[in-house]
Design a protein around this ligand. Sequence first.
Ligand code: ZN
Ligand code: ZN
Length: 408
Amino acid sequence: MPATLDELVAIYEDLHRHPELGRQEHRTAGIVADHLRTLGYDVTSGVGGTGVVGTLARGEGPTVLLRADMDALPVREDTGLPYASTATATTADGETVPVMHACGHDVHTTCLIGAAAGLAADTGWRGRLLVVFQPDEEGGGGAQAMVDDGLFERFGTPDVVLGQHVAPVPVGVLGVRSGPAFAASDALRITVHGAGGHGSRPETTVDPVVLGASVVQRLQTVVSREVAAAETVVVTVGSFHAGTAANVIPDRAVLGLSIRTTDPDVRTRVLAAVERIVRGEAIAAGAPREPELEVLNSFPAVVNDPVACDRVRASFAEEGRWLVVDPGPVTGSEDVGVLAEAAGAPCAYWLLGGADPALFASATSVDQIRRVVDGLPSNHSPRFAPLAGPTLESGVAALVSAARSWLA
Ligand code: ZN
Ligand code: ZN
């Protein structure tokens, strides 16, 4: 039973060393299920694929859902940590890729195991605890898959959904924001078609590399020219694949886009602008076929409930161990909102500081702190490396504190 911080750190380092891509979290789910069983939880595996649900009932009282995600990313780790990942995995497309817990979901999983242990050992509460370890947050479908697999019908509807995401702000800081807290996310795959040929005779071809490059350039004007400065929008082209050789003009280019918005109307406008630009550039290039736009995944903004946030903030303040701040709207996205929306329950989802406070020793103003944060490897970076022990300690305590403010 993971009662001590050393034991939790050992679990974390093991999970970090053995990351698994979304929907492939078999080993991780097995470790989670074993710990929960040892702790006395009723455990169900295979919920929504690789999801794990643990329940612990202690008489009459509210039902609290604590959520963690378990999946890693196709990133080659470059942290130099002794427990760095060298793992690879095969994607759904059959490609072999390096894998790393570059978003810190190993922190979330370990903290929830720790909180499950803490709450199991604490006999002073009444109610029902649901600990939910979900698959495939990065792919965007993990929470929905658990809901579709009857999460709430089978395990009960929670009165609140609680969770946290580790971020490169100092350990000891928690970021709680009421209202829209994390952006809506849309991932698109765009295929533009050209007409391939010999690299020496471009006049006989329609070059999809040039067409794709024009699309990438023109997409930059969506945020800078079509959206008001006060709106929060990000349009990122994260992948661009075309061609196999220097002297061959290929016949297509495939772009991967990530779009983040906080306002539903702005989201509609931005998606329409992206489509207009892609189709327009294809016409301008004389493409022989219409481009294809596919939605890979799409999930709504996380809207934190103000009353639930007040309660969580009060609970954190009572413990006196954290600096609780409002981080402003975050352009990162999360599918935890899918759980809350499907349950019809309020959501409180906060940021957990995971960076070494020593890095911030010389920062004396908010602006200087912000500059240090901007200089640190962010989530999804190959060098993202939370300070394990203190982050886990803080994250476990935050989950327990928040859960206990409902479980009287
Ligand atoms: Zn992520
Ligand atoms: Zn994440």
